[in-house]
Design a protein around this ligand. Structure first.
Ligand code: CP
Ligand code: NVA
Length: 320
């Protein structure tokens, strides 16, 4: 017998909030966003248009290049009835020394939300502390939470759920590894990160993921053995060996990661119906071979498309 009514969750709880990392959401809020992303995708595919963000603007500040993030946010806000303003830090007064804090205060007077892609996560936090509008992380050196929202949406579409799905991430313990670990832990997935000893994920983020997994029944493991991680996996995921800002390390990293390539041999250790994921952009012949990323079990373009739907859900929740 039910003795107490469950609190009704409306999504209004997310209004005005920031999204700098996945743990800025609780587990229920994350589930709500994934559900909403699915609904918005359905509506879009059936040609239904609603404009919950009519006349609202999203500022999009980039200190690094982007294809997917820029275009999916700009298209997304447009489809919701608003408009996006692309801001390249070199062409702002930021490039001439104006502070992040002043920039955040000024832009908050104009726009209804900000998306930022920058290097250090602390810079994003500084911006968010000084902004009075919702701030969204479009990638920092530490996290890429919008990508993982789309990735979770993609896995859910294919597996009809997330709990217990086994994901093997093979490669650099970078921003993608961090956000995937947290996202997997929050949704009760089983994640195994395989990285070379010198390129392991941040230990405090691993610890945080382990703590979350204890509550959700998820499983988090870190290893330097890519074969062990790939064994019986449902999903094999990888990312570039040298992220944006690490161009000077490209040569060294190529050597360090040579045993961490996702190729047909490694994929043969996973389940027969396992699929391949990559946040893109990809370097064929480095972290993944062309036959894997261009093969039948690759879902990289479904992932990329879902950036649009997942971020529309996010903007609707934070900005309407
Ligand atoms: N995956 C991703 O964030 O791609 P972009 O760098 O093109 O935005
Ligand atoms: N780890 C990569 C992700 C790109 C979307 C980078 O930071 O460059």
């Amino acid at each position: 017998m039910k003795t107490k009514a469950e609190p009704v969750f409306t999504g209004n709880e997310l209004k005005g909030r920031k999204f700098l990392k996945l743990t800025d959401l609780n587990i229920q809020e994350l589930g709500y966003l994934l559900e909403l992303a699915g609904e918005l995708k359905q509506k879009h595919k059936s040609g239904l248009h609603e404009e919950p963000l009519k006349a609202k603007t999203l500022g999009m500040l980039f200190e690094k290049p982007s294809t997917r993030t820029r275009v999916s946010f700009e298209t997304g806000i447009f489809q919701l009835g608003g408009s996006g303003i692309f801001l390249n830090s070199d062409n702002l007064q930021l490039g001439r020394g104006e502070s992040m804090a002043d920039t955040a205060k000024v832009l908050s007077g104009y726009v209804d939300g900000m998306m930022i892609r920058t290097f250090s996560h602390e810079v994003l936090e500084e911006f968010a502390q000084n902004a009075t509008v919702p701030v969204i992380n479009g990638l920092t050196d530490m996290y890429h939470p919008c990508q993982v929202l789309a990735d979770l949406q993609t896995i859910r579409e294919i597996k009809n759920g997330l709990s217990g799905v086994k994901l093997a991430y093979i490669g650099d313990g970078n921003n993608m590894a961090h956000s995937l670990m947290i996202g997997a832990a929050m949704t009760g997935m089983d994640i195994n990160i395989a990285a070379p000893d010198d390129y392991m994920p941040n230990t405090s983020i691993v610890q945080e993921a382990l703590t979350i997994a204890e509550q959700t029944g998820g499983h988090v493991e870190v290893t330097s053995d890519p074969q062990a991680a790939a064994e019986q996996a449902d999903v094999i995921y990888t990312d570039v060996w040298a992220s944006m800002g690490q161009e000077d390390e490209q040569g060294n990293r190529k050597q360090a990661f040579s045993d961490f390539q996702v190729n047909v041999r490694l994929c043969s250790l996973a389940k027969n119906d396992a699929f391949f994921m990559h946040c893109l952009p990809a370097h064929r012949g480095e972290e993944v071979t062309a036959d894997v990323i261009d093969g039948k079990q690759s879902v990289v373009f479904q992932q990329a498309e879902n950036r649009l739907h997942a971020q529309k859900a996010l903007m609707m929740a934070l900005m309407s």
